[in-house]
Design a protein around this ligand. Structure first.
Ligand code: BTN
Length: 233
């Protein structure tokens, strides 16, 4: 696919900005910002986005994205891992479903948001936040967040190339094997965290072709987790 990149200085959130203009902008539009004042993460969290020490970008997809936004998230995770590996020479891992880790620290988060019209998925916005050289993090995340420590422009160009390549192969599902190989959640005892519910303990057994997590509960029954978050114990 062809990506058209629009560069911005400080914005509220690249996802929000792209959403405001999604109806008139073409498929493949990318907004990249130097910083965000209201960077958003999953489950209503914020994403720390200080000036020029990270990549804060969103991609608008208006066609060919299939029926399952989770697959777009996992495909994006694969693209980002390949780009980081190319530029930094280190192999990242992924914590299901969308946290990219390097040396055990989260260096990237992905926020995929869909817009529906008449029950159909009309467009998808894929937000990618990567800490490239952020050295100091707020107290709440200082123990879990890290940076790739690389040239921001080189990584941005690699992310755009890898995203474009992986998106062209989205329908094949081929990226899922790479995702499974790099998924540090697999074969571990986990806690399934859902909003307003007590965490549930389980064992992560596999990832199915919809990118859902296949789990086994302590009573021996199996389950499929397709949204929410897990923590690895
Ligand atoms: C997460 O870790 O929960 C997801 C973080 C996603 C952050 C990116 S930064 C660019 C885009 N704009 C946003 O407001 N969020 C995403």
């Amino acid at each position: 696919m062809r990506l058209n990149v629009i560069k911005k200085g400080t914005v509220t959130s690249t996802n929000t900005l792209l959403k405001q203009q999604a109806k008139i902008l073409p498929h493949g539009t990318v907004i990249v910002a130097d910083s965000q004042t209201q960077g958003r993460g999953r489950l209503g969290r914020s994403f720390y986005s200080p000036d020029k020490t990270g990549i804060y970008m969103s991609v608008l997809l208006k066609k060919d994205f299939g029926k399952n936004p989770t697959l777009v998230t996992t495909m994006t995770a694969v693209a980002v891992m390949k780009a980081i590996e190319k530029v930094a020479g280190r192999a990242p891992q992924v914590k299901w479903v969308n946290d990219i880790l390097l040396g055990g620290k989260k260096v990237c988060g992905i926020l995929t948001e869909g817009a529906f019209s008449g029950g159909e998925l009309e467009y998808i916005i894929v937000g990618i936040g990567i800490n490239t050289t952020t050295a100091v993090f707020p107290d709440e995340i200082k123990d879990i967040a890290g940076s790739v420590s690389c040239d921001k422009e080189k990584l941005l160009s690699a992310v755009l190339d890898c995203f474009s390549d992986e998106f062209d192969n989205l329908q094949s599902g081929d990226f899922l094997d790479f995702y499974r190989e790099r998924c540090m959640t697999l074969n571990k005892n986990i806690k399934i965290i859902s909003p307003e519910k007590e965490p549930i303990e389980a064992f992560a057994q596999g990832i199915d072709d919809n990118a859902a997590l296949i789990v086994k509960y302590p009573d021996g029954t199996a389950g499929i987790i397709s949204s929410g978050e897990v923590s690895v114990r």
